[in-house]
Design a protein around this ligand. Structure first.
Ligand SMILES: Nc1ncnc2c1ncn2[C@@H]1O[C@H](COP(=O)(O)OP(=O)(O)OP(=O)(O)O)[C@@H](O)[C@H]1O
Ligand SMILES: [Mg+2]
Ligand SMILES: [Zn+2]
Length: 575
């Protein structure tokens, strides 16, 4: 009869148990010294050995050779326990027996002397599911436990067990099993079952188990159903939704060189191959996490579950990235989860994030910056970056492959949504940027796209003449009239989605259709006093240096003698 791997490979004794050394050691000591508790709680993640250890302990106590730490697994007691049909070892599933009468009955049975063996053992699985009344009945018994009775409560949710119960039990926390140990275990199983699979393949399976031995065996089972005994890496990747190491390496190179185009191409390729976005996102986050560990701590290599070749290749690809860079990239990607899960266009969200990642300048130690300021040796590359160079511009303006469009723009009522769709059709990258806006207001005569201050770099990308044209064409097609374009990135109160600012034609940011191509400098003439002052301040060598070294912005300018300054004139995106 075919037996699933997880059942077939249930450890018969403590020696075969993977991980959980703290549990097996303490229990073995207790057995040897005859100092067993009356009740144990086995708590922890599913599939980490709670039921298994409960049975091993029962065998240890009731084996004909017992009490022993190495039961024979052959005597009646041992075989009956393994098959869960022992008269003296009762396993109940609390989930299906929550009624207090049933619990009372059981507790009564427990109070009789063992039928044949040394101990009467009651294993209560999913103990947190017991009703309150059942708990109380159990509590009474635990207060005055009958001799030679042992209770084992197994639960995945220890928080739901009453403190009064817990205080009468010895509690063991079953831990997640590390990927390395899992991989070794899977290797033993595969060797015994004549399954042919690569080391990195096994690691991938182990990782998919997320610390649960049962889950990793179930994944292996699924893989076998798909591939047979001969498991190819390619098949495995397809099945588990993973990407090849080369893909991660290519992506890391893009990140290290701030090449948005390269990262976007990798994403495009992954989607083309039919991968889902979330698993890919997951891989990127895991990859950055691993790199961080490798970089940040000396024993990092031991903490990551990658083959040493793979780890070395990743490290090499991420050569130019420091711990701070990796931390920031990790943070930005990790923060993406909600948006990816909830957006109707997760791809755009992903793309925009990659563009932003490319826009992050690399972090330079502050000492270096100060030194270069003091020594007058002007640093030529962007440094500590609040508003870094928009590297995203290096990205190809349009996706090489046109994207299949899922929705008919006309079918979407919201003009902003229609605009995004229309723009994404023409230039996916610009569409992705629009997706990041705080608010998009499109009425008869104006299109206002507002970004937060932190998105100034991204906003800047929309201000070039070609893009403004693209936006205008799309907006005019939707509104059926001439439209002025305004890109805001001051993150001010009027830039929020609830209260979009009405378009002010005279505002410095407005790009009127006929001056679309004009640069901020020419526009500055519209408000000579303040703007000229600001311009002067910015060309002042000391200020210039600060702007460059810290990626700072000139926000306001005030005459020294004036006590009550005029309201601030926000000036954005100075680099
Ligand atoms: N520590 C372990 N060492 C070896 N195999 C294990 C271990 N933990 C679980 N397994 C494998 O997983 C299967 C299920 O384990 P077990 O029933 O002990 O898990 P559990 O912790 O009781 O899970 P649940 O919370 O779902 O009841 C076992 O038959 C065995 O194949
Ligand atoms: Mg169990
Ligand atoms: Zn035995």
């Amino acid at each position: 009869m075919y037996q699933v791997l997880a059942r077939k490979w249930r450890p018969a004794d403590f020696d075969e148990l993977v991980g959980q050394k703290h549990v097996s050691k303490t229990l073995m000591n207790a057995i040897e010294s005859g100092r067993l508790a009356h009740a144990y709680v086995f708590a922890g993640l599913r599939g980490t050995g709670k039921t298994t250890v409960a049975r091993i302990l029962a065998k240890c106590l009731n084996c004909v050779n017992g009490p022993t730490t190495s039961p024979c697994s052959e005597c009646d007691a041992c075989t009956e326990i393994a098959a869960s049909r022992s008269m003296d070892v009762m396993e109940i599933d609390a989930a299906s027996r929550t009624k207090v009468e049933q619990t009372r009955e059981l507790l009564e049975v427990v109070s009789y002397a063992p039928v044949r063996d040394r101990y009467k053992i009651l294993i209560i699985d999913e103990a947190h599911m017991l009703s309150k009344a059942s708990f109380n009945a159990l509590l009474k018994t635990l207060e005055e436990p009958p001799p030679n009775v042992l209770f084992i409560l197994a639960t995945t949710e220890i928080g739901k067990l009453l403190p009064t119960i817990l205080s009468r039990c010895q509690v063991f926390e079953f831990r997640r099993v590390g990927t390395r140990e899992l991989t070794e275990h899977l290797r033993r199983v595969c060797t015994a079952e004549s399954i042919d699979v690569s080391d990195s393949g096994l690691e991938r399976i182990a990782r998919a188990g997320e610390g649960s031995v049962r889950d990793s065996l179930s994944v292996l089972e699924r893989v076998l159903a798909f591939c047979g005994q001969n498991v190819q890496d390619e098949d495995l990747l397809r099945l588990l939704g993973g990407v090849r190491a080369e893909v991660l390496i290519q992506w890391l190179r893009g990140l290290a060189t701030r090449d948005a185009g390269m990262m976007l191409q990798v994403l495009d390729g992954v989607i083309d191959e039919g991968h889902d976005l979330l698993p890919f996102w997951n891989e990127l986050v895991a990859c950055l996490r691993d790199l961080l560990l490798i970089r940040a701590v000396p024993e990092g290599d031991d903490l990551v579950s990658r083959s040493s070749e793979e780890a070395a290749a990743l490290r090499e690809a991420a050569e130019g990235l420091g711990v701070e860079d990796l931390t920031r990239a990790f943070q930005m990607l990790a923060d993406l989860e909600y948006a990816l899960r909830s957006s109707s266009r997760p791809r755009f969200v992903f793309e925009a994030a990659l563009i932003r990642l490319a826009g992050l300048g690399s972090v330079k130690p502050i000492e270096d910056v100060l030194q270069s300021l003091a020594g007058g040796r002007a640093a030529s590359r962007p440094t500590v970056s609040a508003a870094p160079t928009p590297r995203a511009r290096r990205a190809p303006a349009a996706d090489p492959k046109p994207q299949p469009q899922k929705k008919n723009p006309a079918a979407t009522a919201d003009p902003a949504a229609r605009l995004i769709e229309a723009v994404h059709d023409k230039q996916p990258m610009i569409g992705a940027i629009l997706e990041q806006a705080n608010a998009i207001l499109l009425d008869g005569q104006a299109l206002v796209v507002s970004f937060g201050k932190e998105d100034a770099v991204v906003a800047e990308r929309l201000r070039d003449a070609e893009t403004v044209d693209l936006l205008r064409q799309a907006a005019e097609r939707i509104s059926g009239a001439q439209v002025n374009i305004r890109i805001e990135s001051d993150g001010g109160p009027e830039a929020t989605a609830e209260q979009p600012a009405p378009p002010k034609p005279a505002a410095p940011d407005t790009v009127a259709p006929e001056t679309a191509a004009s640069k901020p400098k020419t526009r500055a003439r519209a408000r000579p006093g303040r703007d000229e002052l600001l311009e002067q301040a910015r060309s002042e060598p000391g200020v210039k240096k600060l702007l460059r070294e810290f990626g700072a912005q000139v926000v306001d300018i005030r005459p020294l003698e004036v006590a009550t300054p005029e309201p601030a004139a926000d000036v954005e995106d100075q680099e």
